[in-house]
Ligand binder design. Sequence first.
Ligand code: IPM
Ligand code: MG
Length: 358
Amino acid sequence: MSKRILVLPGDGIGPEIVTEACKVLERLKSLTGLAIEMEQGLLGGAAVDATGVPLPEETLAQAKAADAILLGAVGGPKWDALDPAIRPEKGLLGIRSQLDLFGNLRPAILYPQLAAASTLKPEVVAGLDILIVRELTGGIYFGQPRGVRTLENGERQGYNTYVYAESEIRRIARVAFESARKRNKKVCSVDKANVLEVTVLWREVVEEVAKEYPDVELSHMYVDNAAMQLVRDPKQFDVIVTGNMFGDILSDAAAMLTGSIGMLPSASLDEQGKGMYEPCHGSAPDIAGQGVANPLATILSAAMMLRYSLGEEAAAQRIEVAVSRVLDQGLRTADIQSANTRRVSTSEMGDAVAAALE
Ligand code: IPM
Ligand code: MG
């Protein structure tokens, strides 16, 4: 039976990059008989425009019925002035939370061909291969109470709540330790335990879980130091595990180590391994519609989807090899261009990866 993939293009460059990932999947399907069926749905600003809400019931039902979800990006200035409750980003947070996609894997790998595209010195980033495991359905992103209230003196005050229950910490820690076992067996847990009680608990629970993984080396780091170490000596890390907001910030920093945020894929998994796959970058409204966006993060997200949710490891590798070949050929979108490379458009990049599958 074919596996069902729900494709959510979203906003900004979302539709352009998702088109290229689907092109690659379609080619793979015709080459290998890969049993997948793709259908489209609405999320984010596109859904607001069509239905008035960023996560329509129908999309949620489609997502629940699908075996995996491939997402572009959501948001843009057009919807910035909306009530926060129906902003496009709420659609993304809503689908993550409704499907319980708590485990967010963000691998930052430097393709050797892109060493010159990184803003860091080649020797600092050469061979970089780290995995950020970000908790995705808790922490300050979802904590209650939250809002903007008016104080007695008439001044407005904004507030959010940073909370983690033990069970939430435990399950994301397990994802990190299990991932480390398949890699270099090191986990660095990032917190702010010198200031925030919630992360004192985080540290304690991660240490408890670590006892089940004596073969994995655990270290702890405060988030400010981790931000510095990521740009000072990123290769000291193997797996980084952290909460929702710190993971959001650190993964953007890690992305630049790889040359461009346009290269970073992600997987967001539930307890059973069902997942949503999306590039780590946003909807980049400033370059939307120009055909210049880099589709590789989305194409690589499709590879992660084949690997983690569809059990198609060989197909996943085939895409990853194709991406590497295209980089070998010197093809580059604007964000990863350097001397002696050939600049290509979004769709030319997709065409090249599809062709390199053969
Ligand atoms: C990400 C994005 C999202 C997040 C936004 C668009 C809500 O920055 O996936 O990293 O903060 O999680
Ligand atoms: Mg982010």
